[in-house]
Design a protein around this ligand. Structure first.
Ligand code: ZN
Length: 282
Protein backbone atom coordinates (compact mmCIF):
# COMPACT_ATOMS: atom_id res chain seq x y z
CA UNK A 1 0.00 0.00 0.00
CA UNK A 2 1.22 3.46 -0.95
CA UNK A 3 -0.26 6.61 0.61
CA UNK A 4 0.35 10.21 -0.37
CA UNK A 5 -1.03 13.70 0.12
CA UNK A 6 -2.40 15.80 -2.75
CA UNK A 7 -4.13 19.17 -2.23
CA UNK A 8 -3.91 18.54 1.54
CA UNK A 9 -5.97 15.34 1.15
CA UNK A 10 -4.81 11.77 1.80
CA UNK A 11 -4.78 9.53 -1.26
CA UNK A 12 -4.03 5.90 -1.97
CA UNK A 13 -1.50 5.71 -4.78
CA UNK A 14 -1.27 3.02 -7.43
CA UNK A 15 1.16 3.75 -10.30
CA UNK A 16 -0.04 7.10 -11.71
CA UNK A 17 -3.48 6.88 -10.09
CA UNK A 18 -4.51 8.45 -6.78
CA UNK A 19 -7.72 7.54 -4.96
CA UNK A 20 -9.10 10.18 -2.59
CA UNK A 21 -9.45 8.42 0.77
CA UNK A 22 -12.25 10.56 2.20
CA UNK A 23 -14.39 10.19 -0.92
CA UNK A 24 -13.73 6.47 -1.36
CA UNK A 25 -14.41 5.73 2.31
CA UNK A 26 -17.51 7.95 2.38
CA UNK A 27 -15.92 10.06 5.08
CA UNK A 28 -14.86 7.22 7.39
CA UNK A 29 -11.16 8.16 6.91
CA UNK A 30 -9.42 11.34 5.80
CA UNK A 31 -9.03 13.78 4.24
CA UNK A 32 -6.41 14.53 6.95
CA UNK A 33 -3.33 12.30 6.70
CA UNK A 34 -2.65 13.02 10.38
CA UNK A 35 -6.02 11.57 11.35
CA UNK A 36 -5.24 8.46 9.31
CA UNK A 37 -1.83 8.01 10.90
CA UNK A 38 -3.43 8.29 14.36
CA UNK A 39 -6.07 5.68 13.43
CA UNK A 40 -3.77 3.43 11.43
CA UNK A 41 -5.03 -0.11 12.00
CA UNK A 42 -8.70 0.52 11.07
CA UNK A 43 -7.50 2.56 8.09
CA UNK A 44 -5.13 -0.16 6.89
CA UNK A 45 -7.90 -2.74 7.15
CA UNK A 46 -10.20 -0.56 5.04
CA UNK A 47 -7.48 0.38 2.54
CA UNK A 48 -6.60 -3.28 1.94
CA UNK A 49 -9.96 -3.64 0.22
CA UNK A 50 -9.89 -0.35 -1.69
CA UNK A 51 -8.99 -0.22 -5.40
CA UNK A 52 -6.45 2.59 -5.76
CA UNK A 53 -6.19 1.98 -9.52
CA UNK A 54 -9.74 3.35 -9.77
CA UNK A 55 -8.42 6.77 -8.71
CA UNK A 56 -7.71 9.62 -11.09
CA UNK A 57 -4.38 10.24 -12.83
CA UNK A 58 -2.26 12.67 -10.86
CA UNK A 59 0.95 14.70 -11.15
CA UNK A 60 3.60 13.03 -8.95
CA UNK A 61 5.35 16.38 -8.55
CA UNK A 62 2.29 17.66 -6.69
CA UNK A 63 2.72 15.20 -3.79
CA UNK A 64 3.06 16.98 -0.43
CA UNK A 65 4.67 16.10 2.89
CA UNK A 66 3.07 12.77 3.90
CA UNK A 67 3.75 13.28 7.65
CA UNK A 68 3.21 17.01 8.25
CA UNK A 69 2.29 16.88 11.95
CA UNK A 70 4.09 14.13 13.89
CA UNK A 71 3.85 14.58 17.66
CA UNK A 72 7.44 13.39 18.10
CA UNK A 73 10.37 13.26 15.70
CA UNK A 74 13.31 11.00 16.52
CA UNK A 75 16.57 10.96 14.61
CA UNK A 76 19.47 8.58 15.08
CA UNK A 77 23.10 9.46 14.48
CA UNK A 78 26.01 7.24 13.47
CA UNK A 79 23.86 4.25 12.52
CA UNK A 80 26.17 3.05 9.73
CA UNK A 81 29.73 2.06 10.64
CA UNK A 82 31.29 3.69 7.57
CA UNK A 83 29.49 6.96 8.34
CA UNK A 84 30.68 6.87 11.97
CA UNK A 85 34.22 6.38 10.64
CA UNK A 86 34.05 9.27 8.15
CA UNK A 87 32.64 11.45 10.96
CA UNK A 88 35.61 10.42 13.15
CA UNK A 89 33.38 8.93 15.83
CA UNK A 90 33.65 5.45 17.33
CA UNK A 91 30.86 3.02 16.49
CA UNK A 92 28.24 3.69 19.21
CA UNK A 93 27.11 1.10 21.77
CA UNK A 94 23.53 2.45 21.61
CA UNK A 95 21.64 4.65 19.10
CA UNK A 96 22.59 8.29 19.78
CA UNK A 97 19.32 10.17 19.42
CA UNK A 98 18.26 13.76 18.77
CA UNK A 99 15.21 15.48 17.31
CA UNK A 100 14.55 17.53 14.22
CA UNK A 101 12.15 20.24 15.33
CA UNK A 102 8.80 20.08 13.56
CA UNK A 103 9.12 23.35 11.67
CA UNK A 104 11.98 21.78 9.66
CA UNK A 105 9.58 19.27 8.03
CA UNK A 106 8.84 19.78 4.34
CA UNK A 107 7.43 18.05 1.30
CA UNK A 108 9.39 15.92 -1.16
CA UNK A 109 10.25 18.72 -3.60
CA UNK A 110 11.16 22.33 -3.12
CA UNK A 111 13.78 24.95 -2.47
CA UNK A 112 15.82 25.23 0.73
CA UNK A 113 17.50 28.46 1.78
CA UNK A 114 21.16 28.04 2.76
CA UNK A 115 21.55 29.48 6.30
CA UNK A 116 25.33 29.05 6.29
CA UNK A 117 28.36 27.80 4.37
CA UNK A 118 28.37 24.19 5.64
CA UNK A 119 25.01 22.71 4.65
CA UNK A 120 25.33 18.95 4.18
CA UNK A 121 23.19 16.04 2.94
CA UNK A 122 22.14 12.85 4.78
CA UNK A 123 19.71 10.51 3.00
CA UNK A 124 17.79 8.38 5.50
CA UNK A 125 15.04 5.79 5.67
CA UNK A 126 12.25 7.17 7.86
CA UNK A 127 9.95 4.84 9.81
CA UNK A 128 6.42 5.96 10.77
CA UNK A 129 4.92 4.56 13.98
CA UNK A 130 1.52 2.85 13.58
CA UNK A 131 0.42 2.29 17.18
CA UNK A 132 1.32 3.27 20.75
CA UNK A 133 4.64 1.63 21.55
CA UNK A 134 6.10 1.41 25.05
CA UNK A 135 8.77 -1.12 26.07
CA UNK A 136 8.45 -3.06 22.83
CA UNK A 137 10.77 -6.02 22.26
CA UNK A 138 13.06 -6.12 19.25
CA UNK A 139 11.19 -9.18 17.99
CA UNK A 140 7.94 -7.18 17.92
CA UNK A 141 9.45 -3.92 16.60
CA UNK A 142 8.20 -4.12 13.02
CA UNK A 143 4.59 -4.59 14.24
CA UNK A 144 4.65 -0.98 15.45
CA UNK A 145 5.78 0.49 12.12
CA UNK A 146 2.95 1.50 9.79
CA UNK A 147 4.97 2.68 6.82
CA UNK A 148 8.37 3.76 5.54
CA UNK A 149 9.30 6.87 3.63
CA UNK A 150 12.38 8.69 2.38
CA UNK A 151 13.89 11.58 4.31
CA UNK A 152 16.80 13.94 4.24
CA UNK A 153 18.49 14.93 7.50
CA UNK A 154 19.93 18.16 6.09
CA UNK A 155 22.51 19.60 8.48
CA UNK A 156 24.32 22.93 8.90
CA UNK A 157 27.62 21.65 10.27
CA UNK A 158 28.88 24.91 11.80
CA UNK A 159 25.69 25.25 13.85
CA UNK A 160 25.92 21.58 14.73
CA UNK A 161 29.57 21.43 15.79
CA UNK A 162 30.72 24.95 16.73
CA UNK A 163 28.79 24.65 19.99
CA UNK A 164 30.34 22.55 22.75
CA UNK A 165 28.67 20.13 23.27
CA UNK A 166 27.40 19.86 19.67
CA UNK A 167 23.89 21.12 18.84
CA UNK A 168 22.61 18.23 16.70
CA UNK A 169 18.93 19.12 16.99
CA UNK A 170 19.28 22.83 16.17
CA UNK A 171 21.89 22.39 13.45
CA UNK A 172 19.50 20.02 11.65
CA UNK A 173 16.31 22.04 12.07
CA UNK A 174 16.48 25.09 9.81
CA UNK A 175 13.35 25.51 7.65
CA UNK A 176 13.17 22.84 4.96
CA UNK A 177 15.89 20.68 6.56
CA UNK A 178 13.61 17.64 6.95
CA UNK A 179 11.96 16.85 3.60
CA UNK A 180 9.86 13.66 3.54
CA UNK A 181 8.14 11.59 0.91
CA UNK A 182 7.16 11.29 -1.79
CA UNK A 183 4.79 8.62 -0.40
CA UNK A 184 4.39 6.32 2.60
CA UNK A 185 4.90 2.64 1.77
CA UNK A 186 3.85 -0.27 3.98
CA UNK A 187 6.72 -2.63 4.88
CA UNK A 188 5.02 -5.60 3.18
CA UNK A 189 5.65 -3.91 -0.21
CA UNK A 190 9.41 -4.54 0.06
CA UNK A 191 11.09 -7.81 -0.96
CA UNK A 192 13.14 -7.47 2.25
CA UNK A 193 12.13 -4.65 4.60
CA UNK A 194 15.53 -4.90 6.34
CA UNK A 195 17.57 -4.51 3.15
CA UNK A 196 16.50 -1.44 1.15
CA UNK A 197 18.78 0.55 -1.19
CA UNK A 198 19.14 4.27 -0.54
CA UNK A 199 21.33 7.02 -1.94
CA UNK A 200 21.61 10.60 -3.09
CA UNK A 201 23.21 12.72 -5.80
CA UNK A 202 24.26 16.37 -5.96
CA UNK A 203 23.92 17.87 -9.46
CA UNK A 204 23.83 14.30 -10.76
CA UNK A 205 27.01 13.13 -9.02
CA UNK A 206 26.49 10.12 -6.75
CA UNK A 207 27.34 11.03 -3.16
CA UNK A 208 25.76 8.31 -1.05
CA UNK A 209 24.73 4.75 -1.93
CA UNK A 210 24.14 1.99 0.57
CA UNK A 211 21.56 -0.43 1.91
CA UNK A 212 19.63 -0.39 5.17
CA UNK A 213 20.99 -3.85 5.94
CA UNK A 214 24.22 -2.01 6.80
CA UNK A 215 22.55 -0.20 9.71
CA UNK A 216 24.16 -0.88 13.09
CA UNK A 217 20.72 -0.76 14.75
CA UNK A 218 17.85 -2.09 12.61
CA UNK A 219 14.38 -0.53 12.49
CA UNK A 220 12.98 -3.00 15.09
CA UNK A 221 16.02 -2.45 17.30
CA UNK A 222 15.43 1.32 17.15
CA UNK A 223 11.73 0.90 18.00
CA UNK A 224 12.70 -1.32 20.94
CA UNK A 225 15.45 1.01 22.20
CA UNK A 226 13.47 4.25 21.92
CA UNK A 227 10.20 2.79 23.24
CA UNK A 228 12.11 1.41 26.22
CA UNK A 229 12.69 5.00 27.29
CA UNK A 230 9.81 7.07 25.94
CA UNK A 231 6.46 5.90 24.52
CA UNK A 232 6.19 6.24 20.74
CA UNK A 233 2.88 7.61 19.51
CA UNK A 234 0.99 6.79 16.30
CA UNK A 235 2.31 9.00 13.51
CA UNK A 236 5.67 9.65 15.18
CA UNK A 237 8.65 9.37 12.84
CA UNK A 238 12.16 8.00 13.23
CA UNK A 239 14.99 9.16 10.95
CA UNK A 240 17.08 5.99 11.05
CA UNK A 241 20.51 7.42 10.26
CA UNK A 242 22.57 8.05 7.17
CA UNK A 243 25.20 5.95 5.39
CA UNK A 244 28.66 7.15 4.38
CA UNK A 245 29.25 9.75 1.69
CA UNK A 246 28.21 12.99 3.41
CA UNK A 247 30.07 16.20 2.59
CA UNK A 248 31.63 16.44 6.05
CA UNK A 249 33.43 13.15 5.50
CA UNK A 250 35.15 14.22 2.25
CA UNK A 251 38.67 15.56 1.82
CA UNK A 252 38.33 18.46 1.45
CA UNK A 253 34.85 18.71 2.96
CA UNK A 254 32.18 19.57 0.40
CA UNK A 255 28.98 21.47 1.10
CA UNK A 256 25.90 22.67 -0.76
CA UNK A 257 26.00 25.92 -2.71
CA UNK A 258 23.49 28.26 -4.36
CA UNK A 259 21.79 26.39 -7.22
CA UNK A 260 22.83 22.87 -6.20
CA UNK A 261 20.20 20.18 -6.70
CA UNK A 262 20.06 17.31 -4.22
CA UNK A 263 18.19 14.17 -5.30
CA UNK A 264 17.65 11.46 -2.72
CA UNK A 265 16.12 8.11 -3.54
CA UNK A 266 15.04 4.99 -1.72
CA UNK A 267 14.19 1.90 -3.75
CA UNK A 268 10.49 1.10 -3.59
CA UNK A 269 9.59 4.52 -2.17
CA UNK A 270 10.71 7.20 -4.62
CA UNK A 271 12.70 10.39 -4.88
CA UNK A 272 13.13 13.69 -3.06
CA UNK A 273 14.44 16.76 -4.88
CA UNK A 274 15.70 19.89 -3.14
CA UNK A 275 17.24 22.94 -4.80
CA UNK A 276 19.42 25.10 -2.55
CA UNK A 277 19.34 28.87 -2.77
CA UNK A 278 21.32 31.69 -1.23
CA UNK A 279 19.49 33.65 1.47
CA UNK A 280 17.29 36.40 0.11
CA UNK A 281 18.60 39.89 0.86
CA UNK A 282 17.69 41.48 4.15
ZN1 ZN B 1 21.20 11.94 10.18
Amino acid sequence: MRIGVLNDRAVLVHADHALDVAEASAGRFGPSITGILHDWEPFAAWAAGADASAGSVFDPHALQNPVPEPRQVFAVGLNYAAHAAESKYAVPDFPPTFTKFRTSLAGPRGTVELPGPTVDWEVELVAVIGKYAHKVSEADGWEYVSTLTAGQDISERDTQFDAKPPQFSLGKSYPGFAPLGPVLVTPDEFADRDDIELGCTVNGEQMQKSRTSAMLFSVPQLVSYLSGITPLLPGDIIFTGTPEGVGLGRTPARYLNDGDVLRSSIAGIGELEQTFVAPSGE
